[in-house]
Write a protein that binds this ligand. Structure first.
Ligand code: HEC
Ligand code: HEC
Ligand code: HEC
Ligand code: HEC
Ligand code: HEC
Ligand code: HEC
Ligand code: HEC
Length: 329
């Protein structure tokens, strides 16, 4: 039984009641379906894309722009359309300060935070996030946006394919943990000015870490199971000495991956060659975590035959011994 995605969506339905910059209808409405509304949003966002895309940089609509600056802030409309926030106007989060160019000097201050629209959910996440190593040690330099680009991020439950979830979620960590530049910028606040530990060296106890990282998420080992049912994952990144090291956590029939990563792919169960352990097996073979009803039955059948064989063999021997004794007497 995998109630995960249902409760996830129920949880997000709760977001709808959160007060904030967007109206309740905004959050509940998901991506709009009314063609007139879609057209209105497309036009509104095109006003930003005129400048904030590769095409805009190539053909700037005005001469008085600092193109080197603009080049730092380019966006991909396709990527935005694939994100959680597709169907939203840029202005809903960015406010009116960015409508005119040059942008209002104070515009940045009024960009909406996640919690303004996702009050309930953000609050739950925040309590876990506050206990993470990042929030504890790096304080307010580390925010939700450090990991979640609101223009790009798509919630795992809507991505579905475990490989794609792993790629997206691990990129959040690796983009910093594998980059001296980003890691250095944020750890400069630490009294120790911590040098970035090499990820491959610190995980050398794990066979083929690269392969593991294409198949499992960092958070699978670095966070506890979420105590809050409505949250699929915990945001409490634990200190390294509390990280998961036991192979059987995943390499067993009761693999935690079934309740974590693969919960999103639950609908595919049974479609791949009849294996009953999630769609995992369609894309990855987790040694030790496989289950196949046919193989199970075949094994039970073989066991039964063996027992019958043994019993039969025993019976024949008893009968033969009986006859032998009779012949002898
Ligand atoms: C006429 C071109 C143009 C248009 C239209 C435009 N921008 Fe910009 N924007 C720029 C340039 C150039 C910069 C680089 C910083 C600067 O020179 O002010 C920038 C910077 C930004 C920044 C980052 C700067 C900061 O300090 O926060 C944001 C955010 C932004 N724009 C959002 C928007 C949004 C949202 C829209 C649409 C409502 C929009 N822009 C429309 C040209 C434009
Ligand atoms: C759900 C809210 C939300 C929506 C919708 C949104 N943005 Fe943003 N945007 C943000 C936040 C928050 C930041 C600040 C990120 C940070 O602190 O680094 C930001 C930053 C930016 C920046 C500057 C930083 C960068 O890396 O480029 C630009 C430019 C920008 N947004 C453009 C847009 C455009 C264009 C759209 C519409 C297609 C849009 N945004 C829609 C929330 C949003
Ligand atoms: C101005 C309001 C607003 C802000 C600010 C905002 N969001 Fe959203 N968010 C929305 C709306 C509207 C949706 C679409 C609702 C839906 O699809 O059910 C959404 C959808 C989502 C979803 C997907 C919900 C689902 O079940 O598909 C996630 C996750 C999410 N946002 C996370 C964030 C994060 C993280 C931030 C901050 C970086 C943020 N949001 C900022 C309005 C906002
Ligand atoms: C260290 C990186 C990191 C930070 C910081 C972070 N998140 Fe996340 N977040 C993740 C990862 C990884 C996931 C798992 C992807 C998923 O389930 O969609 C996630 C999932 C989510 C989800 C959807 C999953 C669910 O359980 O329903 C929401 C909503 C969310 N984060 C909001 C936030 C908010 C709000 C903040 C700030 C208080 C925040 N996140 C800070 C990495 C981070
Ligand atoms: C923007 C940079 C950045 C991002 C993104 C980031 N981290 Fe970190 N992380 C750091 C820094 C800097 C430290 C060091 C903090 C310290 O030692 O006090 C750290 C510490 C850690 C530690 C603790 C190490 C220890 O010594 O106990 C773990 C585990 C960790 N991160 C995992 C993750 C995971 C998993 C993600 C993605 C969900 C992630 N990080 C995302 C910068 C980042
Ligand atoms: C299979 C479980 C597992 C996975 C997957 C995993 N880690 Fe780890 N990680 C650990 C364990 C266990 C340690 C502690 C190792 C030790 O101290 O010997 C650790 C240590 C760390 C440290 C501390 C390094 C140091 O020496 O300070 C960081 C940072 C970290 N991991 C980040 C990540 C990131 C980022 C990912 C995803 C690319 C990831 N981990 C994937 C189990 C895992
Ligand atoms: C967080 C879950 C998780 C943990 C913990 C974990 N693994 Fe894995 N492991 C996986 C997954 C998922 C794969 C499947 C990768 C694939 O083949 O696509 C895998 C694959 C493997 C493979 C096959 C590699 C290959 O080259 O084909 C070996 C061997 C392995 N793991 C050994 C270990 C050992 C030993 C440990 C403990 C030190 C361990 N794993 C811990 C999830 C995990």
């Amino acid at each position: 039984m995998r109630p995960a995605s249902k409760s996830l969506f129920a949880a997000f339905a709760m977001l709808a009641t959160a007060p904030g910059a967007a109206t309740a209808a905004d959050v509940k409405g998901a991506a709009p379906t009314d063609p007139a509304l879609i057209e209105k949003i497309r036009k509104s966002n095109a006003e930003c894309y005129v400048c904030h895309t590769e095409a805009g940089l190539k053909n700037p609509p005005r001469a008085d722009m600092n193109l080197a600056e603009l080049a730092k802030f380019l966006h991909d409309p396709k990527q935005f359309d694939g994100s959680n926030h597709t169907g939203m106007e840029c202005k809903v989060c960015h406010g009116q300060g960015y409508v005119a160019f040059p942008h209002a000097p104070e515009a940045k201050k009024s960009i909406s935070e996640c919690g303004e629209c996702h009050a309930t959910k953000a609050l739950r996440v925040e309590t876990q996030f506050k206990d993470s190593v990042h929030a504890k040690n790096l304080a307010d330099r580390f925010t939700c946006q450090t990991c979640h680009d609101p223009h790009v991020y798509k919630v795992a439950a809507k991505v579905g394919d475990p490989r794609k979830i792993v790629a997206q979620d691990n990129a959040m960590c690796v983009d910093c943990h594998n980059s001296d530049l980003r890691y250095g910028a944020i750890s400069a606040a630490l009294p120790t000015k911590k040098v970035r530990p090499d990820l491959y060296a610190t995980h050398d106890w794990l066979p083929n870490p690269r392969l593991h990282w294409s198949a499992v998420r960092c958070i699978e080992c670095h966070t506890p199971m979420s105590p809050v049912k409505s949250l699929a994952t915990s945001h409490e990144i634990l200190a390294k000495d509390k990280a998961e090291k036991a192979c059987v956590t995943c390499h067993s029939q009761d693999s935690v991956l079934a309740t974590r990563l693969y919960r999103f792919a639950a609908t595919n169960v049974g479609s791949d060659l009849g294996f009953a352990n999630a769609s995992v097996l369609g894309s990855a073979y987790v040694v030790g975590a496989t289950r196949h009803p046919l193989i199970d039955r075949a094994v039970i059948g073989l066991f039964g035959l063996t027992v019958l064989g043994l019993l039969g063999h025993g019976a024949v021997r008893i009968v033969m011994a009986f006859f032998r004794r009779r012949r002898a007497s």
